[in-house]
Write a new protein. Structure first.
Length: 220
């Protein structure tokens, strides 16, 4: 997506369950740019046997977290592919300020950071209704983004399930981690002048409208 000479190279932020994954999919389709999930590109890099993929494989086989330097290297490899030439969306990365700094140091240009803002209480309620397709990874919500047929994925027809990490205890723990480790990114990118906040709404379409307006404003 190029408008007025500007390319949409963006990061979605938001607490777990805020809806950033759903919005990134919508924006990806509307602007015809790839939405890049950290987990999926790490798995692809390992499968394709790239230099960074092999490094990630070694870490996972040792039972260790993949180092930031390797994750960013894999992201940089992915962003160098032709479909990212006119823009991209990063969903799920960076998660910490040190990761954001490392992204800067590898000269990965970001033009917009959009944070979906939803209260913790509402997130806990939302996540109890989330459903995911174990085959293709598509995500739904029984109230806010239901599949056309209850319990069945629209994209591949496989059954939907509840994620283990959507239990109340785990949700509260994940929210605490987000506030401690990831939320400081809003200040980091705010100081760069590229942060926009979107208040998550009850209706998915209303949140989408605010998201698209924020993006359009950033491209003016």
């Amino acid at each position: 997506m190029i408008k007025n000479g500007k390319k949409l190279k963006m990061i979605f932020l938001g607490a777990p369950g805020a809806g950033k994954g759903t919005q990134s999919e919508i924006v990806s389709e509307k602007f015809n740019i790839p939405a890049i999930s950290t987990g999926s590109i790490i798995r692809a890099a390992i499968k394709n046997g790239t230099e960074m993929g092999l490094a990630a494989k070694e870490a996972t086989e040792r039972g260790e977290l993949v180092p930031d330097s390797v994750v960013i290297g894999i992201i940089k490899e992915r962003l160098a592919e032709p479909d990212c030439e006119n823009g991209f969306i990063l969903d799920g990365f960076p998660r910490t300020v040190p990761q954001a700094i490392a992204l800067d140091e590898m000269n990965v240009e970001i033009t917009l950071v959009l944070s979906i803002e939803v209260a913790d209480e509402k997130i806990a309620e939302r996540m109890g209704g989330r459903r995911v397709c174990n085959k293709c990874g598509a995500s739904y919500h029984i109230q806010y983004n239901p599949s056309k047929t209850a319990g069945i994925c629209d994209k591949c027809g496989e059954p939907l399930s509840i994620r283990k990490d959507d239990s109340p205890e785990i949700v509260l723990s994940r929210l605490a981690t987000y506030h401690e480790q990831t939320e400081p990114l809003k200040d980091f990118y705010g100081k760069k002048g590229i942060l926009k906040l979107v208040e998550g709404q009850e209706e998915l379409s209303d949140t989408t409208a605010l998201t698209l307006k924020a993006i359009s404003d950033s491209l003016e």
